[in-house]
Design a binder for this molecule. Structure first.
Ligand code: ZN
Length: 506
């Protein structure tokens, strides 16, 4: 959170800040008349439908100190492009990707293979020759050399055709961006082309495949990319890799969501790609808006009290919880409910209710309503049933009974049987400790009717509700020590003996 949020202050102050920083490599702009067309069209960024172009455009905007790509003025655009080119020259002059300043050059292989930046023969060339070649590669084609066609991304005038050297994969590897024999590639205008050249600034660089986070939510893009570019600029200046190491790729999305203050209006996509000659790849992982927004809210105040429990619920001995949570969020958000349920019930067989139950149960319910789009009335029905079951268990004051309920969790027939049985017990109970049935007919239908969609989810929620209510009631059953002792004895038994008792063959 200490990192600069960037891109949020007034554009005017940004521009003047840029002017004050001309001591850096972005001093004079060469051949401005060649770059800026009559209406400056070739110096104005436009956001297209191509996610990687958009990431690059935001990176350029940040480098030019503008709040958004569209608001990057032509002269600031030229400065930003100049800086990108000079960074490429500086990286090329390192010549050796294995040197301790070679990270930026190494990363460029995944974006611009076969380019003048990383040509094999560079090792034997002098600095001026390499610098001239890189600048020539990035130079705007002369007007007479431009084709009379539109840019395939934004529809403005293209300045040439561009292939693999400049543009990474736009589609899955089934559509490799090698071009047909005799054809030069995609028609692009200069601002779209420059967006691709600036793309590395907007990615998490690994030295191998790069990771880009993309969304159609523009404020999210501005904020996330500003942080990424800020960090990459430091790393590019040093030529070194991020000393923090590489987190699981999905976790990048969680970090970005946590830092974002406004409601998300779109989901987020994770693009993992490499344009390297040794293997072009593109993977796209999508997190839908509801789960992205839920994660954003859950990891920030006022909800974030339950977040540590959510992480613990997803942790395994060899994997931190944040990785499991991020993966579930991208692949299958309903697994988050399952993970919470398993965590909350993990010690029920010992009659133990976890201390963090209340916070995690609330997150779990919010997920089912906001993400799983579960009907509020149905959630209320399930919670009512859960509260009744909890009241009955509390009245029984028995860890043994809780243990029996726990044993039914994996088998819905057993659970149904257990609930029906206790329903009758409660109705016949002359001490009248519980008002009404434990589970009504309608609630039974929600839990077990094969016609009811998501009845498995309802059963998960029932258990969460029971545990949550027991926690509220301060459930500490009288026979807990007894149960724990009996279980300790069981633990001591030899596995072969237990197997024999269960009738298993070794
Ligand atoms: Zn274009």
């Amino acid at each position: 959170m200490s990192e600069a949020d960037g891109l949020v202050s007034e554009p005017d102050s940004r521009v003047s800040a840029a002017d004050g920083q001309t001591s850096e490599a972005d001093g004079q702009v060469s051949e401005p008349d060649n770059h800026v067309g009559e209406d400056g069209e070739q110096s104005r960024l436009v956001l297209s439908a191509h996610p990687l172009q958009r990431v690059g455009a935001y990176a350029l905007a940040y480098l030019g100190k503008a709040p958004s790509p569209e608001r990057l003025a032509p002269d600031a655009f030229e400065k930003a492009v100049h800086r990108v080119t000079e960074d490429a020259v500086r990286a090329a002059l390192v010549r050796d990707t294995r040197s301790d300043k070679g990270f930026w050059l190494k990363s460029s292989l995944s974006f611009f293979p076969n380019s003048k930046m990383n040509h094999l023969s560079n090792a034997k060339k002098d600095a001026d020759t390499i610098g001239d070649a890189v600048r020539e590669w990035r130079r705007l084609p002369k007007p007479q050399a431009r084709p009379a066609v539109a840019c395939v991304l934004c529809g403005r005038g293209a300045v040439g055709f561009f292939g693999k050297v400049d543009v990474p994969l736009a589609e899955s590897d089934l559509y490799r961006n090698s071009t047909p024999r005799g054809h030069a590639g995609m028609a692009l205008c200069r601002p779209c082309l420059c967006s691709f050249h600036a793309l590395p600034y907007g990615c998490r660089l690994t030295g191998g495949p790069s990771i880009a986070l993309h969304s159609w939510d523009e404020p999210f893009m501005a904020r996330t990319l500003s942080r990424r570019v800020e960090r990459n600029r430091r790393l590019i200046a040093l030529g070194q890799a991020d000393p923090r190491g590489i987190p699981a790729r999905e976790v990048l999305a969680l970090h970005a969501l946590r830092h974002h203050e406004d409601r998300l209006t779109a989901g987020v996509e994770l693009l993992v790609f490499s344009n390297n000659n040794r293997g072009q790849t593109l993977e796209i992982h999508t997190m839908e808006q509801p789960v992205a927004e839920w994660l954003r809210r859950s990891s920030r105040p006022p909800r974030r009290r339950g977040f540590p429990a959510l992480l613990r619920a997803h942790a395994t001995p060899d994997r931190p919880g944040v990785v499991g949570l991020a993966r579930n969020a991208f692949r299958s958000p309903d697994r988050i409910v399952g993970a919470c349920g398993r965590y909350l019930t993990a010690r029920l067989d010992r009659g133990v209710i976890r201390d963090d139950t209340a916070e995690l149960a609330e997150l779990c319910f919010s997920l089912t309503i906001e993400v799983m789009r579960m009907n509020q009335n149905e959630v209320d029905e399930i919670r009512t049933a859960g509260a009744q079951v909890a009241a009955w268990l509390k009245a029984e004051n028995s860890a043994g009974e809780l243990r029996k309920l726990n044993a039914t969790l994996k088998e819905q027939k057993q659970m149904r049987h257990w609930l029906m049985r206790r329903n009758i017990d409660a109705l016949l109970d002359t001490r009248d400790r519980i008002k009404g049935p434990l589970v009504t007919e309608e609630q039974f239908r929600l839990l077990f009717d094969p016609e009811v969609e998501q009845s498995w989810l309802h059963r998960q929620l029932l258990v969460v509700s029971v545990v949550q209510r027991l926690h509220e009631l301060g459930f500490k059953p009288g026979d807990r020590a007894e149960v724990a002792a009996a279980m300790a004895d069981e633990d001591k038994e030899h596995p072969e003996d237990i197997g024999y008792m269960k009738g298993e063959e070794s």
